[in-house]
Design a protein around this ligand. Structure first.
Ligand code: UDP
Length: 329
């Protein structure tokens, strides 16, 4: 199959491309390199630099390449930034997806796998979270991702396009090669921030909130290895190729760890004391997010292979230790 990966130079995109290439698929990448990195573009994939909001650019790819399916990662993904700059999220995430879907319909490309998020649920009603639970996002990031899902649904009803939306919980870890990994600027995610301490880039890590209703008062999250997420995208493409119906799947390990437990595991993995400073809550953080991924296991045949938090942090550490400034030299 020839697969177009939009956002293939980003964190989860580059890991998915790597798994697709290893599986022998033909891969075309498009990325505007706003948050993606040219160094993360897999040399075995064909690369188009450009923006999905540019219809001519998107059309040119479908005109030049006989694409069987699209995997769509090209979006902004920071909760905090979406609160202060919501229209950026409406523009890139929603308008960008609208242009993409128009071009797909015009070119008869009818399969898309899409990176959605646990942020579509908002404050959960119960744990673990099921795909049938209510979706009431508490920030524009989650809101735009949910709207992207709905845009695909209604485009499917009208034009026969089929989609799989994968609602990730906390993506983390890095490829076993140590050559690609997480590199955001500014960094806001817990595990890379923790690892900046043993890397000598910060004195301590902040714990955002110690008064949540959890076992040690800190937030609980379901941390899922990026390579396991990547595998789910491949299974989702195969599912659509076999005629599977449009659907939504959670992707997580079904196990939650507190912020303190993550820091403690990083201390073990790195052998560094990693001082932590108890700080006020960060706005918009739900106390607990844990996925039920039973549906993905049953219907897609997905199984996380790198579920241990220690293995996840070891793989992240291998990347960050050797790339303290991400892809920058
Ligand atoms: N967190 C923290 N200190 C940090 C960054 C994050 O305590 O410096 C907490 C955050 O409040 C959340 C968890 O770590 O409970 C995971 O945050 P992250 O930003 O990695 O992912 P999110 O859950 O927002 O998708």
């Amino acid at each position: 199959m020839k697969i177009l990966v939009l956002g293939g130079a980003g964190y989860i995109g580059s890991h998915t491309v790597s798994e697709l290439v290893d599986a022998g698929e033909e891969v075309v990448i498009a990325d505007n390199l706003e948050t993606g990195h040219i160094e993360a573009v897999n040399p075995k994939a064909k690369f188009y630099e450009g923006d999905i909001r540019n219809r001519e650019f998107v059309d040119s790819i479908f005109d030049n390449e006989k694409i069987d399916a699209v995997i769509h990662f090209a979006a902004n993904s920071l909760v905090g930034e979406s609160m202060t700059n919501p229209l950026k999220y409406y523009d890139n995430n929603l308008y960008g997806t609208k242009v993409l879907l128009e071009s797909m319909v015009a070119h008869g490309v009818d399969k898309i796998v899409f990176s959605s998020t646990a942020a579509t649920y908002g404050e959960p009603e119960s744990i673990p979270i099921l795909e049938t639970d209510k979706t009431e996002p508490t920030n524009p990031y989650g809101e735009t991702k949910l709207s992207m899902e709905k845009m695909m649904k209604w485009t499917g009803v009208a034009h026969g396009l089929r989609y799989v939306a994968l609602r990730y919980f906390n993506a983390c870890g890095a490829d076993k090669s140590g050559e690609i990994g997480e590199a955001h600027s500014p960094e806001t995610h817990l595990i890379p921030l923790i690892l900046q301490v043993p890397n000598g880039q910060r004195e301590s890590v902040s714990i955002f909130g110690t008064d949540y209703d959890t076992k040690d008062g800190t937030c609980v999250r379901d941390y899922i290895h990026v390579t396991d997420l990547a595998q789910a995208h491949i299974l989702a493409v195969k599912y659509l190729a076999k005629g599977g119906e449009s659907d939504v799947f959670n992707l997580g390990n079904g196990v939650g760890f507190t912020v303190k437990e993550v820091i403690e595991t990083a201390r073990k993995v790195t052998g560094h004391p990693i001082p932590a400073v108890e700080s006020p809550r960060r706005g918009g953080d739900p106390a607990k997010l844990i996925a039920s991924s039973e549906k993905a296991k049953k219907i897609l045949g997905w199984k996380p292979e790198h579920a241990s938090l220690e293995e996840i942090i070891e793989s992240a550490w291998k990347w960050h230790k050797n790339h303290p400034n991400g892809y920058a030299k």
